[in-house]
Design a protein around this ligand. Sequence first.
Ligand code: SF4
Ligand code: SF4
Length: 414
Amino acid sequence: MQTQLAEFIRGTAEGREAEEILRKCVHCGFCTATCPTYQLIGDELDGPRGRIYLIKQVLEGAQPTARTRLHLDRCLTCRSCETTCPSGVHYGRLVDIGRGVVEKQTPRGALQRAPRAVLSWVLPRTRLFGALLKLGQLLRPLLPPPLKRMVPERGRARGAWPAARHARGMLVLAGCVQPALAPVINAAAARVLDAAGISLYEAPGAGCCGALRYHLNDQAGGLEDMRALIDAWWPMIERGQIEAIVMTASGCGAMVREFGHLLRDDAAYRDKAARVSAITRDLSEVVSAQADALAAGLGQPAAAGRIAFHAPCSLQHAQQIRGVVEPLLERAGFALTAVPDAHLCCGSAGTYSILQPALGNALRARKQAALHSGQPETIVTANIGCLIHLQAGAHVPVRHWIELLDERLAATAG
Ligand code: SF4
Ligand code: SF4
């Protein structure tokens, strides 16, 4: 696609990147068929090809309108279009650049700014979020059904975190909302990796990965969170205490893998960010590499029940990790049920389900129908956002897949 960037962005790092991405798009429209918002709304401008056109026009100098912003807001950033695109168009980066420009040129009114400001302020503050969540859980029985659905029930107890005893060590991100919503996830990962000969550490002061603020179009705030996280991790990386950073939430993993790229022009953080991204692994990759060591702990597992796996977009599209979790669960004795349209987003997408509730709920209803269709006893996933979003209205428990592996190992050991 030929582009003539406007003066305001021509020659800038973002301009060069956007131009390179736009040039790759051949306007074939293959991506449209796999776009969840196009499927729901049926408007070309609510699909990737239409959004790419809108962004191109804005970067070429057209004045964006509130309507332009709405079409970009409705995008889930699920990146299903990237998986489908035969030309390798990096849509996720283009939409981030486009949103940043549109946000500046067409500021939102107070009614739209307020909820974004609240989310952007509260969610990355782990303690504050935890306190508000506890209050909501206390009042949950008194809430009307629509509000009740927004407050998840109290998560399972964390259980013991194994003492550091192995020569091999890895860092795990505590994250911002996960410690309050599901403290069991990282502890279960620590127990499974301990059984495989790896000690897992959470670095003090390591909070949000930056995805929350970055994707709420507070891109400067998101970059601040990224730098703070690198600072919290760096002493352990520098000492050589850890060999990798493990991500138990694929949404955070997708973001941390982009640190090197997003901080490439920051002289103070460029090298550290590149190193952090290079050693970041999704939990499924780490456990998969230890599958033989863990098989001994599992013995000959008995049939363990039927499960449906929901592959988060941040795992299958953003990180292009597919077919890694499923064999781990099968090896532990679980039977996986078929999930139609597994490439489609569940509608969670960070804060999307809060800011675009109609679309988020419609996508959740479709995803739940697909997940329930094989009559599983449990639904498992790999990202805290999807887990909480899918729990509302699910007929069976929704959990992180590592919890099941942890319980199987405990059952065999006991
Ligand atoms: S990221 Fe997802 S919602 Fe956005 S255009 Fe691509 S497929 Fe559609
Ligand atoms: S599939 Fe790729 S090349 Fe074709 S329109 Fe979509 S983004 Fe452009």
